[in-house]
Design a protein around this ligand. Structure first.
Ligand code: HXC
Ligand code: NAP
Length: 297
């Protein structure tokens, strides 16, 4: 979507950049000329991704560099190490993509305290620790940085069976809006993307495992009748991390093929056939006529 070289000179940190959506967004940022630091717990995974993104066939001449630094986003010392290694290699940091997450479906009453903590700590604590660390660096160095948080649609609606994730993503969304208001004076912007289903191994293994996957088709309740494509999300993410979105802050952009809207009160009428609509129309009109008559009498 953006022109070649649109992210030249920018350095972006992508948490969870070794796999799934974080990897796809990192790939696009690098193609647009950004230098990207990818971090997550598994050094071997991020090393492999860094190598792949640096050696891909068709890599544009002005593509950026990739640095892989292991980090558990629940650990401030490891976060500070990512920041200092990024500055050492690339000179500065312009953007932070909080994309790391942990999640799995479960009836909430089956969760141990530790299970709940694990998800909330990765998603909420990890997001505010990283944002705080990078924000302090930006304010001290007068850099107008940009944070983009990968949220979910249920961060606003709530959802059963992923309650720790909903609690944590909801908290991160409020942080996005709150800090957008507070740090606007430093030129720092914070936005979020709320994706619907975008196939990744990480999410599918934990949210649509067998036998669920063969029992229900996640696309059936999506108005556009398909899942998202990684390129569609990467376009939006690159735009929100770029200077082209310079007047947007505190926003959450939903990219879900209309899935959330399909929860509307009467969306189940999708099932009604044309013949049934003929009958329904007649019944309603008959009732209208009867009520008019009543008014006249
Ligand atoms: C019940 C479970 C469980 C399950 C783990 N636990 N899986 N409880 N049902 N299915 C419990 C464990 O028993 C343990 O509690 C506690 O959770 C921590 O588990 P560990 O395995 O020790 O944790 P850890 O090794 O840190 O792994 C974290 C993880 C794992 C979240 C559990 O799945 C992971 O590493 N995930 C990272 C990637 C990921 O989740 N990607 C999906 C993001 S998708 P006890 O008390 O027994 O010790 C996403 C999108 C949503 O967010 C929207 C889609 C449309
Ligand atoms: P994914 O591939 O499993 O990505 C999750 C990433 O988080 C992994 O790279 C993982 O790497 C990293 N991570 C987990 N715990 C971490 C920790 N403690 N510290 C640092 N990194 C950690 O799944 P995905 O689908 O691409 O998800 C990416 C983001 O999109 C998440 O925020 C998710 O909530 C969001 N999302 C996804 C969908 C979807 O349909 N796929 C929909 C809505 C929102 P390590 O294991 O190496 O640490």
């Amino acid at each position: 979507m953006l022109r070649d070289g649109a992210m030249q000179g920018k350095t972006i940190i992508v948490t969870g950049g070794g796999t799934g959506l974080g990897k796809s967004i990192s790939r696009y940022l690098v193609q647009l000329g950004a230098n990207v630091t990818i971090c997550s717990r598994r050094q071997a995974v991020i090393d492999e991704t860094a190598h792949e993104l640096m050696t891909e066939p068709g890599r544009p001449a002005g593509a950026g560099q990739v640095l892989a630094v292991a980090c558990d986003v629940r650990n401030p010392t490891e976060i500070e190490n990512v920041i200092s290694q990024t500055i050492e290699k690339f000179g500065r940091i312009d953007g932070l993509l909080n994309n790391s997450a942990g999640n799995f479906i479960s009836p909430t009453e089956r969760l141990s305290y530790k299970a709940f903590d694990t998800i909330v700590d990765i998603v909420l604590r990890g997001t505010y620790y990283f944002t705080l660390a990078v924000g302090k660096y930006w304010i001290e160095n007068k850099i107008p940085g940009t944070v983009l948080n990968i949220s979910t649609t249920y961060a606003s609606t709530g959802s059963g069976y992923v309650v720790p994730s909903a609690v944590a993503k909801g908290g991160a969304l409020i942080m996005t809006k709150s800090l957008a208001a507070e740090w606007g004076k430093y030129g720092i912007r914070l936005n979020a993307i709320a994706p619907g289903p975008f196939p990744t191994k990480g999410a599918w293994d934990r949210l649509f495992p067998e036998p669920l996957a063969s029992m229900m088709d996640p696309t059936s309740r999506i108005p556009l009748k398909r899942v998202g494509e990684h390129g569609e999300l990467a376009n939006l993410a690159a735009y929100l991390l770029s200077d082209y979105s310079g007047y947007i802050t505190g926003e959450t952009i939903t990219i879900d093929g209309g899935e959330v809207l399909a929860a509307g009160e009467f969306s189940h009428l999708e099932q009604v056939t044309s013949e049934q609509w003929d009958m329904i129309e007649q019944t309603i009109k008959q009732a209208n006529r009867a009520s008019k008559k009543e008014g006249q009498g």
